[in-house]
Design a protein around this ligand. Sequence first.
Ligand code: UDP
Ligand code: MG
Length: 317
Amino acid sequence: MKRISIVVPVYNEEENIAHFAAAVEEVMGRLPYDYELLFIDDGSSDRSREILRMLGERDGRIGSIFLARNYGHQLALTCGIDHADGDAVITMDGDMQHPPELLPQLLKKWEEGFDIVQTVRLTTEGVSVFKRMTSTYYYRLLNLLTDVEIQEGGSDFRLMDRKAVLALRRYREHARFIRGIVCSLGFRRTTVDFVAQARYAGSSKFSLRRMISFALDGILAYSVQPLRAGLYVGLMSALLAVVLFLHVLFETLRGETVPGWSTIVVCSLFFGGMQMMMLGVCGEYIARILQEVKDRPLYLIACDNRPQAAEKEAHDG
Ligand code: UDP
Ligand code: MG
């Protein structure tokens, strides 16, 4: 029987975990697959860990790995993908925004021979206009700036065949934007549309600050266009300087002087600002280079509660 790994990062989801696990069990129980439900606890401080331990004791198909602290959604996902041993790996959120009812559809596409089945979020129920608009325009900008075509409305709810999983595991960058990496992998891909429900319980763990940092990761990890912006601005200002010089020359030949302290102030402020901005852009890239060359571990595991881990320990001991 083929084995499916379902990887779910959770962070302070005490009210959602049991409900989610039951919903998955309900759907997967009807399908002819062996499966593991692997939760990655991303440093929760509520009762999530207690609940995960309890679920694991009751059901041998449910395992969990506890990270040493909060590493963020993308790294928690990475840990899950690194440890999932199924023939196919499905990643999804634990708050019911990624409906488990979609699982049979993803598996069907996989059986048809697709290696990556990406879901596309058509709309999200109960989400502000602000979040929807920023998301749409963000993906447009991203596609404008980068070479890889990144799915608009793409989410981290997807199925990957084992060979795509092994390929993805070879990407060890710290600032990660998994959707971008998956889009650049290749393989046989297809998409499945869905409407994301509102969260079952609790609130979103993504603050505006985290969203901005995630958005920056997406752009800076996939594009060097921002660095090139300095070149364009420089060329433009040089052109402007030539035009201004011709104007001054013309007026001087006519015997007039060009009054212009305000022009000087505006120009120096504008170009001073531009220079600082480009310095900031360079700084962002340099900070990322520093982070990557340090090559620290992506995440640390505090406790591995998978049945496989217990067996291995017994064997080793
Ligand atoms: N999550 C995580 N670590 C974090 C933040 C979130 O593992 O630092 C998990 C969270 O528990 C959920 C999933 O990632 O299962 C998606 O997070 P959330 O629902 O808050 O994001 P949104 O759906 O609002 O984009
Ligand atoms: Mg959510």
